[in-house]
Design a protein around this ligand. Structure first.
Ligand code: PLP
Length: 435
């Protein structure tokens, strides 16, 4: 039955005894025990069910226990559970082919990594080797992962205790609701953010800048959908100065933004694309870099000085093949787009009309944020203690939220139904009314 075995409290106690947790002081943790899941729902060991509006770390895009993906992993495990990266493997080749088939023209090769951080790490390495330059310009409002260069490319507070990688420069990007540029229209924000970036490139010395590394839509930093023309303008600056443009699609890619890649809505083609999360919904850890032809061919007769024991692991590859085929056959990318346009967006905007605490609603696809404010006029962020009370209220009511700073990110699996959207937004409505 659903509640055989230990209770949730027993599992939490066992966890806290020996598991050292990410990004936390270890003494004050209260993890939720999750025993199983299906679609957009998970359950604990006591029979409590939760609607997941977080997709965990915004990665379970295809939902829990998609039968075709589970079956593909099982089948591959029986055929060949592991093989090194130097071997040619049928499943790995098919995974790379399928990924490249959804990238823009001129991207044929995929370098597989274990996750998103090392995808960015290797994209940075490729850009440096390709250009012979050193500096990487990224944004303060960003998260790129937790390895040596990726964490320093990250702009948020997590980079500061880790600042030992060299050659990183940060800038501000567009964020009209809290504009760094005194802008009051999207056009102004685009123009001024581009001016700022160009001036940073010039002041750093364009001949020293290897890459501009950006999340197509900054995710953890607040689902900051760029205003029209911004990414296109960044592409122009990169071209003008011979700089590689790396777009980090780790969170935004593979249906999250209602497209295969979020940049498709922004009239821009990067030189390197990093991916992870949605490519296989994290059923097996994997990430990678999709490499445009000129950079790929740069390494035809030069050694690429990078690699990983598990690069293109067959279980990961099998889960990618099955996920992408399911996305194609079941129209999951199109569903994500539709559910955002017709259900999540309208429901959240209606919610904002009822609750003054919501300062802004923004997003696309299954990638949304509610920005909570103490005061709509000053836009002062809602204090952390109030956000924490809202978060525990949501969990107690059966909804798993993704909370970051003063925001609730509404990021359910891409397979979420209209009824589940209504149910989850209803829970947010109740909790905001009570707390
Ligand atoms: N890049 C972005 C945009 C992310 O959101 C994340 C993870 O949240 C990463 C990179 C790092 O990926 P991973 O945790 O798989 O290393």
């Amino acid at each position: 039955g659903l509640t055989d075995g230990p209770t949730s409290d027993e599992v939490v106690a066992a966890d806290l005894a020996h598991v050292f947790h990410s990004w936390s002081a270890q003494g004050s943790l209260a993890p939720i025990a999750i025993r199983g899941g299906e679609g957009s729902r998970v359950w604990d060991h006591d029979g409590n069910r939760y609607l997941d509006f977080s997709s965990q770390l915004v990665n379970v895009t295809i939902g829990y226990q998609h039968p075709r993906v589970v079956e593909a992993v099982r089948e591959q495990a029986e055929r060949l559970v592991t093989i090194g990266p130097a071997a040619a493997n049928e499943t790995r080749a098919e995974a790379a082919r399928l990924i490249a088939s959804h990238a823009p023209e001129g991207f044929e090769k995929v370098f597989f990594t274990n996750g998103g951080a090392d995808a960015n790490e290797n994209a940075i390495r490729m850009a440096r080797l390709y250009t012979g330059r050193d500096k990487i310009i990224s944004r303060y409002r960003s998260y790129h992962g937790n390895t040596g260069a990726a964490i320093v490319a990250t702009g948020d507070w997590r980079r500061i205790p880790n600042e030992y990688a060299r050659g990183h420069v940060h800038t501000f990007g567009p964020y009209l609701y809290r504009s760094e540029f005194w802008a009051d229209s999207p056009e102004q924000e685009t123009e001024r953010a581009l001016h700022h970036l160009r001036r940073v490139v010039q002041a750093e010395g364009p001949e020293s800048v290897a890459a501009i590394l950006l999340e197509s839509i900054p995710g953890t930093a607040g689902v900051l959908v760029p205003p029209p023309g911004y990414l296109r303008g960044v592409r122009e600056i990169a071209d003008e100065y011979g700089i590689v443009l790396i777009l980090d699609e780790v969170m935004a890619g593979f249906a999250r933004a209602g497209r295969w890649f979020a940049f498709e809505d922004h009239d821009v083609t990067p030189d390197l694309i990093t991916f992870a999360k949605g490519v296989n919904s994290g059923y097996v850890p994997v990430g990678g870099v999709i490499i445009s032809d000129p950079i790929a061919h740069h390494f035809d007769d030069r050694v690429f000085p990078g690699g990983l024991t598990y690069s293109g692991h067959p279980l990961a590859a099998a889960s990618i093949v099955a996920s992408i085929r399911a996305f194609e056959d079941e129209g999951i990318v199109e569903h994500a787009r539709m559910i955002g346009d017709e259900h999540i967006g309208p429901a959240l905007r209606a919610l904002a009309e009822r609750h003054d605490v919501i300062g802004e609603v923004r997003g696309v696809g299954v990638f949304w944020a509610l920005e909570l404010v103490a005061d709509r006029t000053t836009r002062a962020p809602l204090p952390a203690a109030d956000v924490a009370r809202i978060k525990s209220g949501l969990v107690a009511a059966g909804l798993l939220p993704f909370v970051a700073d003063n925001r609730i990110h509404v990021v359910p699996p891409a397979v979420v139904t209209a009824a589940e959207v209504a149910e989850g937004v209803g829970i947010i409505d109740d909790v905001l009314s009570r707390v």
